[in-house]
Unconditional design. Sequence first.
Length: 391
Amino acid sequence: MKRLAQELEALEGQALRRRLQVVEAVLPGGKVRVEGQVLLNLSSNDYLGLSQDPRLVAAAQEAAARWGAGAGASRLVVGHLALHEAVEVRLAAFKGTEAAVIFSTGYMANVGVIAALAGPGDMIFSDRLNHASIYDGIKLSGAALERFPHLDLDRLEKLLKKSSAKTRLIITDSVFSVDGDLAPLADLVSLKERYGAWLMIDEAHATGVLGANGAGLAQALGLTDRVDIHMGTFSKALGSLGGYVAGDRRLIDYLHNRARSFIYSTALPPPVLGAIGRALEIVAREPEPRRYLLEEAAKFRRGLADAGLDTLGSETQIVPVLVGENSPTLEFSAALRQHGLMAVALRPPTVPPGKARVRFSLSAAHTREDLETALETIVGLAGKLRVSSEQ
Ligand SMILES: *Cc1c(COP(=O)(O)O)cnc(C)c1O
């Protein structure tokens, strides 16, 4: 085990070592208490504040009281409760697809669906900045991988032209988790149609946030029917846990038979299903929180840009500020924390070397006042620490 200690030390030396920190309490207004200090939480994926919504908590309690704490088996054995069935029907209606299937997490959904749909002899085309779970799914699938530069569709087209694989699968995040920018979905759809490829989109950060009823970017752009595989999670804006894949009936039937992370793992427990069902209902019916969130995020980005900070093409509630090297990025994050703001420093290998950044994520739980104060603090500290795109 000596090697492990050496590697940890090496990480420490590069300011790359990570450590768990205990959140002592989750407080109203999108705040947390850590080491006795109350912080505005600008690092959470709870974009609508639903994780703390009493209606979700009640639905989870009711489902537990009626169905128990666990599902008792995997879905294909006897774990597919009427509760799972009902939530999947609701999910398909929410997504505007024929059918849908729920996995235990978004990570498991990506790993399961990619490895089920592609294998040796097939070719997967993946945006460089796609989520790690997509890359793990690709590895597990055994298919060949072409990683194209972030958003570079010219390059993607060249790669498609060159490939003679039978199954060609293009995969992209719809909202990118690191920079909060958007995939050029309309152009991706044209490309995939022109080359007869399949298109899979990961709507983890768009579900609940974009689209008329919150279904995501495909809905916002009216492209639902032209995307083959819709993937997303309930663990971000929807406030609880679980991943999903939505699409046509054939796809979902196939996944029931071939997605190993679905087949060989216990069904999600009833309390979580209760929370998911309630969240889907709330999100579809209540557009106001996502409107507020996107409006506040636009103001926040403008404020940062006006102060000369580089927000790297963000168009959503995820707003990065580019710093550059690892140490000043950690310093910036630490200074923010001293001033009551919790924002994570993203460093390599999550981002390319020399492109370390602090990432802010906004929530509808944040008050306008807290966000205004936060913006002033961020701009003030960035000035003091000389974080600027014009250095
Ligand atoms: C968070 C995330 C996932 C994984 O979802 P979990 O439900 O947290 O496992 C997958 N894809 C993207 C883009 C994500 O941001």
